[in-house]
Design a protein around this ligand. Structure first.
Ligand SMILES: *Cc1c(COP(=O)(O)O)cnc(C)c1O
Length: 392
């Protein structure tokens, strides 16, 4: 007799970061100019640099990259990431060099980095991602970066608030850090992002005096108001999520969401457009500031804990029978989502671990409590790949 359980679990499954009455807050929070300024000041102080609010994380990353690199430069990038990162690199006219991951951490490590850089020239930067909140060995990465004269850019989409093994907070090490406030990120206000520029831009300038990339000359500070459609999508998304969860009781939650996506009232995260000129909504800035302050209090938030399984499709069906809704995987392809993967020309043969992870990973959703997941863990155990760390 699993029926009540089925519904209790399943209905949790959509837009759940914005569960339980939060939608009212999203509809009615009034944002002001001073909320922008307060968030900008807070970010500048916390990450010790010049903070700029952006439409989303990928636009923030593009601004960081344009500030420190020149067209044609190559960037070392984690070979297990989302399309947004690739999009930002392309927007800055740089070339990604994808680095294979360590299966245990989902991050590159010194060995995979050293192997990749040996056969490359014109590599000038490295993006540190700290996948799912697993911090990299930053001391080793810094040493590597110094050795090869690479500028470090930190991407905090997964890991805002986390600390590196040496206790420094993520976002305080590189020449710049970027944050995403998009759906399911560690700070989630449906959309929005920020970049904090810290390092000097001299190094980029020394390559060619005339082409010195600078914020002023390339006009990279977003100044336009958000589009009304984007603003409304952010306001209404939590409410639509709540509606779809209620409708799931009569089997229509999924249909509602699909319908809303079809008429563009809800946007899939990956489709959020890169736009260097637009700011986020002011109410998003206000809510993001609140969440950022919470992060400091709560310390290290885990994001979508993972393990490796065989027969993932079969496992998902069994989980669903037991009342669980496990949303998409981070990541279902080495560069996700699947519908954009073809565009990337990902070097699969150089990154076998990333290819393996994309096929076998399953993430524990962070919208269930530990207790809710007890049964799920039992089910997953039967499918778990050998050699996986049982303590997860
Ligand atoms: C989502 C994501 C981004 C960018 O986020 P958007 O706000 O959606 O543009 C950047 N880096 C990583 C690793 C991400 O997962």
């Amino acid at each position: 007799m699993k029926l009540p359980g089925i519904h209790r679990h399943y209905y949790l499954g959509m837009a759940v970061n914005h569960a339980s009455g939060e939608w009212l807050k999203y509809l009615f929070t009034v944002g002001k100019r001073k909320d922008y300024d307060a968030l900008t000041r807070y970010l500048s102080k916390r990450y010790k640099g010049e903070a700029i609010l952006c439409k989303n994380g990928r636009s923030a990353l593009a601004i960081a990259l344009k500030t420190y690199f020149k067209p044609g430069d190559k960037m070392l990038v984690n070979g297990f990431t989302c399309f947004a990162v690739y999009e930002a690199i392309k927007a800055a006219q740089l070339e990604p060099v994808f680095i294979d991951i360590d299966k245990k951490t989902l991050n590159y490590n010194i060995d995979t980095l050293a192997r990749a850089i040996a056969s490359e020239s014109r590599v000038h930067g490295i993006i540190v991602q700290n996948t799912l909140g697993n911090p990299v060995d930053i001391k080793a990465i810094e040493k590597f970066a110094n050795e090869y004269n690479l500028t470090i850019i930190e991407d905090l989409a997964h890991c805002a608030g986390v600390r590196y093994p040496d206790r420094r907070e993520v976002g305080t090490v590189g020449a710049a850090c970027i944050l995403s406030f998009g759906k399911d990120k560690s700070v989630d206000t449906v959309s929005g992002g920020a970049v904090v520029l810290r390092g000097n831009r001299e190094k980029a300038a020394s390559v060619d005096e005339n082409e010195q990339p600078s914020l002023e000359s390339s006009n990279n500070i977003p100044s336009k108001l958000p589009r009304l459609s984007d603003h409304l999508r952010a306001r209404f998304y939590p409410m639509f999520g709540a509606m779809s969860r209620v409708l799931t009781y009569i089997g229509l939650g999924g249909a509602l969401m699909r319908g809303l996506v079809a008429i563009h009232w809800v946007e899939k995260s990956a489709d959020n457009k890169l736009d260097l000129k637009r700011r986020p909504s002011k109410f998003e800035a206000k809510l993001a500031l609140r969440q950022l302050k919470e992060l400091r209090k709560n310390g290290e938030p885990p994001l979508r804990d993972f393990c490796y399984v065989h027969d993932r499709e079969k496992l998902l069906k069994e989980l669903q029978k037991n009342g669980y809704y496990f949303g998409g995987f981070w990541y279902e392809r080495p560069i996700s989502p699947e519908r954009y993967y073809e565009k990337v020309h990902f070097p699969e043969s150089d990154c076998p671990n990333a290819v393996y992870a994309a096929k076998h990973i399953i993430n524990l959703p962070n919208y269930y409590t530990c207790r809710d997941l007890t049964l799920a863990r039992e089910v997953i155990k039967k499918y778990q790949e050998e050699g996986f760390d049982e303590s997860k």
